[in-house]
Design a protein around this ligand. Structure first.
Ligand SMILES: [Zn+2]
Length: 241
């Protein structure tokens, strides 16, 4: 079972790092992808995880942090994506939730990530994941048409997520990844508490019930999808140092 998207370098996790990784191991989490959202914090993030065999990083600048002076180039992303531990690019996109002030810059930064991905994957048919999917039916269909992955978080377990459940009910398991987005979005029954990678099991269990597919098959499929998407990730049976 893999947590395909979390933020291990965020303070609340970093401060309990050894315990949290131990919890993940005990819950049979075999790999974790920790998402770097801030290039200035990459070195520290890298040092935190570098000694663990199957903890990986992505490299990117989150749109929320983009300003007219905080930008990123395709070349810089390409350079960092050569590092062994860096298996993906992002997270990226457009985020106007808090402000539209740097709209133009956000578009530019998003394009730089896409172009770096095209260079990295050496194809225009990009392998893409829509992390923490909470989109519309239209967006779901777009993802399925393009063979993009949908990553489901603890949100799927929330009482008020009926609309999301309805939208994803016909998504084939071959298109699904699972994630925690920790330290955010703790699943039921831990809502309101600090989230951590071991809790991805609640989402996996939920999906097993929801799709009426055995848990072992949910785990096997979402693991396979992860390695098909992030081809640089080496497969291990457990996390160790
Ligand atoms: Zn995130």
């Amino acid at each position: 079972m893999i947590d395909s998207h979390c933020h291990l370098n965020f303070e609340s996790i970093r401060n309990n790092f050894v315990t949290i990784i131990d919890n993940a191991k005990k819950s049979n989490i075999t790999s974790i992808l920790s998402i770097n959202t801030e290039p200035d914090q990459f070195a520290e993030h890298y040092n935190l995880i570098k000694d663990y065999n199957s903890i990986y990083l992505s490299y990117g600048l989150h749109p929320e942090h983009v300003t007219n002076t905080k930008l990123i180039s395709k070349d810089l992303i390409s350079q960092y994506s050569k590092i062994d531990k860096v298996i993906g690019i992002g997270e990226t996109g457009l985020d106007f939730y808090h402000s539209t002030k740097y709209k133009k810059e956000q578009y530019k930064v998003f394009e730089e990530h896409i172009e770096a991905s095209i260079d990295y994957q050496k194809t225009n048919n990009l392998r893409v994941v829509f992390h923490c999917f909470t989109g519309s039916t239209k967006l779901k269909n777009f993802c399925l048409d393009k063979n993009y992955f949908l990553s489901l978080s603890g949100i799927i377990t929330f009482k008020n997520a009926n609309e999301l459940r309805d939208i994803i009910k016909d998504v084939p398991i071959s298109s699904i990844l699972i994630e925690t987005d920790s330290p955010f979005l703790s699943p039921v029954p831990l809502r309101g508490k600090l989230n951590e990678p071991s809790n991805v099991k609640f989402t996996a269990n939920y999906l097993s019930d929801f799709f009426q597919i055995p848990l072992s098959k949910i785990v096997k499929n979402t693991d396979d999808n992860f390695y098909n998407l992030f081809t640089k990730a080496i497969k291990y049976n457990e996390i160790y140092k």
